[in-house]
Design a protein around this ligand. Structure first.
Ligand code: BTN
Length: 264
């Protein structure tokens, strides 16, 4: 598989690609490798994860041979504050990767879910290591999972109604190696533009984000509130207006968002 992926990438690729049959989580392994000094652009792809992780402590179902489970280590030279839009930039990059590989452009459910046919096609988990004194980023681990060739029966019961694979969404088969290669190419492009093209990236994100303009339920720690998602700021925070006219800026770590009629 690694050779098939590499054959679709430029021969002078500066990033290093590692393939694993089974890992607990490519993000966990990437964090270990980053701590041991793995360079910027180290890519880890697994056929299967036994403990795939999502945002807010959730799990990410990672069946063998069916999806792409990929993490990349980046070492941007900036503060964590300057990287607040990272998850949005990755989501945009993944919309382009899927479009290039399979011909459909997913939507984005704020902040990190890729959506096709009203269901979850994939997700993104970004994890930063920051020097507490300087505020500078030591490394970022970006993890992406995309469902590729699953049938609906392949998904665990609890997510069967809300998950979808690329093959089901398009009605045709996209080779996993093609998707993986496009993901790496899009991530490389994103890496080059991340700090210099922030406003353009966020403008594109707002266009692809299907949460914009929708009625949403904010599922917080203590409260549940309904409002309208009216904008996304340049840090990727969601602006939600409530019926009393007040507007709350919601950061991704605090809440998850649901549409009023279901998952999206
Ligand atoms: C989410 O849906 O909340 C995010 C899902 C992220 C899943 C990917 S799969 C590769 C990487 N390794 C993990 O354990 N998680 C990410």
């Amino acid at each position: 598989m690694k050779e098939q992926i590499l054959s679709l990438l430029p021969a002078d690729l500066s990033w290093q690609v590692h393939w694993f049959d089974t890992v607990d989580s490519t993000n966990n392994l990437a964090k270990q490798m980053a701590q041991q000094g793995a360079p910027h652009g180290t890519v880890l792809i697994a056929d299967r994860q036994t403990n795939g992780r999502g945002r807010m402590g959730r799990s990410f179902s990672s069946l063998g041979g069916k999806g792409i489970y990929l993490s990349v280590i980046l070492r941007p030279q900036c503060t964590a504050q300057e990287l607040m839009h990272l998850t949005c930039a990755v989501a945009e990059a993944m919309c382009s990767a899927v479009e290039n590989a399979a011909g459909i452009r997913p939507g984005i459910k704020w902040i990190n879910d890729l959506i096709a046919g009203g269901k979850k096609l994939g997700g993104i988990l970004t994890e930063l290591s920051v020097d507490p004194e300087s505020g500078l980023v030591n490394h970022a681990v970006i993890g992406i999972g995309i469902n590729c060739s699953h049938t609906q029966e392949d998904f665990p019961c609890e997510i069967r109604d809300i998950a979808i694979s690329l093959d089901t969404a398009t009605g045709k088969q996209t080779p996993r190696e093609r998707l993986a290669a496009e993901m790496i190419l899009s991530l490389q492009k994103m890496d080059l533009q991340l700090l210099s093209h922030r406003d353009a990236i966020m403008a594109a994100y707002r266009k692809d984000c299907i949460t914009m303009g929708r009625e949403v339920t904010l599922l917080g720690m203590e409260e549940q509130r309904i409002g309208t998602a009216i904008d996304i700021d340049r840090d990727g925070a969601l602006l939600v207006r409530f019926s009393d006219g007040t507007v709350k800026t919601v950061c991704s770590g605090e809440v998850s968002v649901r549409g009023l009629l279901g998952y999206v």
